[in-house]
Design a protein around this ligand. Structure first.
Ligand code: URA
Length: 287
């Protein structure tokens, strides 16, 4: 063994030992990561720290471990058969295939009003969300609530015209708040897609690069894709108006960019005011 190899292997051993001391008991990633390779891709943590700028960066694209369809059971059919968010939560609670579930405390699927005109999708639960089982309840969630309040919306309002429904691309906290892998977002996607279909919002808001890329199919960085109206197409072919904005966690780190998010949120308000408010159940006007 060369001196270089010996030193690398010692570094890896030290890292493993450190993981052990920190209480890490199992690996939840689907691919080995050589943390000491000079040629390695940026670390998940690196990317999370610059969420607003990640979309233009090349991120690793591992083949999904398996998609829901390939599990050999009828998960897809059961997702499809859900008629309410509560039923979807039931299916998701019994879904054990996502490795993130093993290390998470709670399932974090949604909060808000399922009849809301606006649906918000973030990235993944953090520590507070994991503990409470609800999305966006930590510091970034408090900021999100203030941003929504500023345009007359609240997750606690039951009036569809004033409420929002909130979810994420991932429904279990990634260990250490790392950025979710593509395989993880793909595994959760059928549940999110069905959730969007059931809520059937007038406007879908993707917060941060992960949601913008996964839902709006953009490859542009979030700084370039934010604030532009685009569309989200449901698996059954319905088109929903969609817009990306900056993730509140990023805004907490870069408060100067709150003015950009404010521009985006004003666009959402303007679009809500322009389009007729129709009660999705009765078909009657809400305005
Ligand atoms: N960040 C997210 O993207 N989602 C949450 O639920 C919390 C923080």
């Amino acid at each position: 063994m060369t001196a270089a190899k010996r030193s690398k292997s010692k570094n890896n051993l030290d890292l493993l030992r450190w993981y052990g001391e920190m209480g890490v008991e199992e690996s939840t990633g689907e691919a080995c990561v050589d943390r000491f390779s000079p040629a390695r891709e940026p670390r998940d943590g690196d990317e999370k720290a610059v969420d607003a700028g990640v979309a233009g960066r090349k991120s690793p694209s591992p083949a999904p471990l398996f998609a829901v369809e390939e599990k050999g059971d009828d998960t897809s059919a059961r997702i499809e058969s859900c008629r309410t968010i509560a039923e979807l939560v039931g299916i998701l609670s019994a879904f054990d295939a996502c490795p993130l579930k093993k290390t998470a405390t709670n399932l974090v699927f949604c909060d808000g009003t399922p009849t809301a005109r606006v649906m918000i999708v973030g990235e993944a639960p953090g520590r507070d969300e994991d503990l409470q089982g609800k999305p966006f309840v930590g510091r970034s969630g408090k900021l999100l609530d203030r941003m929504l309040g500023a345009i007359g919306l609240s997750r606690h309002d039951e009036d569809p015209a004033k409420s929002v429904f909130i979810s994420n691309c991932i429904f279990w906290r990634p260990p250490g708040n790392r950025k979710p892998s593509e395989a993880e977002t793909l595994m959760c996607l059928p549940f999110l897609e069905r959730g969007i279909e059931l809520v059937d919002p007038d406007i879908l808001v993707a917060l941060g690069a992960t949601a913008a890329q996964r839902l709006l199919g953009t490859t542009k960085g979030i700084m370039r894709s934010r604030g532009q109206w685009s569309t989200y197409k449901t698996p059954h072919g319905k088109t929903i108006a969609a817009i990306a904005s900056l993730h509140p966690a990023y805004l907490l780190r870069q408060p100067a960019h709150k003015r950009l998010a404010w521009q985006d949120f004003l666009k959402i308000r303007e679009a809500l005011d322009k389009t007729p408010k129709i009660d999705k159940i009765s078909g009657e006007s809400l305005s």
